[in-house]
Design a protein around this ligand. Structure first.
Ligand code: 5GP
Length: 114
């Protein structure tokens, strides 16, 4: 069996994280290397490597994740707006191969990204 990703180890509580939300489908925690005043990662508990592996079966899960993102944005004071990012694959800058959405905010965010 392939090795667990760092995020699967966080889900399994093998390593600590600053968790801001948990339910039966997902987990959200502060990024260890924040790129903005608010930088939270929202991840499904289901092991999906990246957005490239999503299927129609995940439609409900994705709706749930975006509901959690909206609730967290409100809770974390991002009333001026925020950005949701998922890096996909090597050129997309993905480093952890467990699907995750970056929720970034608390300052104006430049576009285009690097
Ligand atoms: P990616 O580059 O795959 O889009 O994003 C991975 C993110 O996970 C990075 O922003 C990185 O800082 C974060 N990260 C990596 N390892 C850990 C960890 O052990 N704990 C937390 N909280 N964040 C992590």
């Amino acid at each position: 069996m392939s090795e667990k990703t760092i995020f699967k180890r966080i889900i399994d509580k093998e390593i600590p994280a600053n968790i801001v939300h948990e339910d039966e489908l997902c987990l959200a925690f502060h990024d260890v290397n924040p790129q903005a005043p608010v930088h939270v990662l929202v991840i499904p508990k289901k092991e999906i490597a990246s957005a490239n592996q999503l299927t129609g079966d995940d439609a409900e899960l994705l709706g749930h994740l975006f509901g959690v993102i909206r609730t967290l944005a409100q809770k974390l004071g991002l009333e001026n707006g925020y950005r949701v990012v998922t890096n996909c694959g090597n050129d997309g800058g993905q480093t952890v191969y467990h699907l995750h959405f970056h929720l970034l905010g608390g300052r104006p965010l430049a576009w285009p990204p690097g």
